[in-house]
Write a protein that binds this ligand. Structure first.
Ligand code: DO4
Ligand code: MG
Length: 295
């Protein structure tokens, strides 16, 4: 079962999407309200939603016909770094600090007990499906980072999975790791969606296939896949560091690190379109726009 939000006129609707792809509007504004109400009734979220939609037909529209919004207005989006070997190699490639044969900060964090976690985005900077991600004006090496996102309660319980794009500037981060916030955070630099797959309904969270496709002038120019089984850490491990001595909020999203990096010579351009697919969740599709045009 998946959760979406969509706009009809001026009205925002929260809905459950059943396995036969029927869309059932729910009498709540956001997923976390449903989770809290289910807990209050000592039911699982899925069982509670089933009681809400039982005997109802759902709307006569397919998901593809809806004006989808970000599936949750996450107060904060956090991200994990260098959790896949692929990311370690890419970070080492771009850093100007590397010296032949010497360990970099990326090698050390890949092997350390404490993971790299950083604040990636806030609600105002996070966009949903079909909205444009923006390119920074001061970077010449920008890529999407396709990542699995964990949707958390304030206690750190994983209630759902979504898709995230941790847009990144490889040149800015490569120049100096202390530039990480600028390499990662700007207007529209984080996309999540198109849906949240309820955690209870995911049989094998460490066997999710991610595929990233980038189109330029309608042509496929990048296509790469990876699997969450290649993750160096467990989801609980990442969450436990996030909530340690920290205040977390219901609906926080934690991205789990990128397992896909486009070829080193690739940089995004205005007019590109990025698609990130996890079959159990859907396809997160966003056009790419230059930020200069927006200001
Ligand atoms: O170390 C910098 C960030 C890496 C990252 O975002 C990732 O591995 O996904
Ligand atoms: Mg990342």
């Amino acid at each position: 079962m998946r959760i979406i939000r969509y706009l009809e006129g001026a009205e925002v609707t929260l809905a459950a999407v059943t396995d036969d792809n029927t869309v059932h509007p729910l009498p709540f504004r956001d997923l976390m309200e449903v989770v809290r109400e289910a807990k209050h009734r000592q039911m699982s979220t899925v069982s509670y939603i089933q009681t809400l939609i039982s005997g109802k037909q759902g709307i006569h529209k397919e998901i593809g016909e809806l004006n989808l919004l970000v599936p949750i207005v996450a107060p904060e989006v956090w991200a994990s770094g260098v959790t896949y070997e692929k990311s370690r190699k890419a970070r080492n490639y771009e850093t100007v600090e590397k010296a032949a044969g010497q360990e970099t900060c990326y090698d050390r964090v890949y092997n350390a007990e404490r993971p790299e976690l950083f604040l990636k985005s806030t609600a105002a900077r996070t966009i949903g499906p079909n909205d444009p991600v923006y390119l920074r004006s001061d970077s010449n090496w920008q890529i999407p980072e396709p990542e699995l996102g964990l949707v958390l309660t304030q206690e750190g319980e994983i209630v759902g999975y979504t898709i995230g794009n941790d847009m990144s500037c490889r040149d800015i981060e490569g120049e100096n790791p202390l530039y990480l916030p600028q390499a990662k955070i700007w207007k529209h630099s984080c996309a999540i969606g198109p849906a949240i797959r309820l955690a209870e309904t995911v049989e094998a969270p460490y066997n999710l296939q991610l595929t990233c496709r980038i189109y330029r002038n309608g042509q496929l120019v990048v296509e790469e896949s990876a699997n969450t089984r290649q993750l160096k850490r467990t989801y609980d491990e990442l969450v436990s560091f996030l909530i340690r001595d920290n205040e977390a909020f219901d609906g926080t999203v934690l991205l789990t690190g990128t397992c896909i990096v486009p070829p080193n010579q690739f940089t995004l351009q205005e007019g590109d379109r990025i698609e990130i697919e996890i079959p159990e969740i859907g396809v997160l599709s966003n056009p790419v726009q230059s930020l200069i045009r927006q200001t």
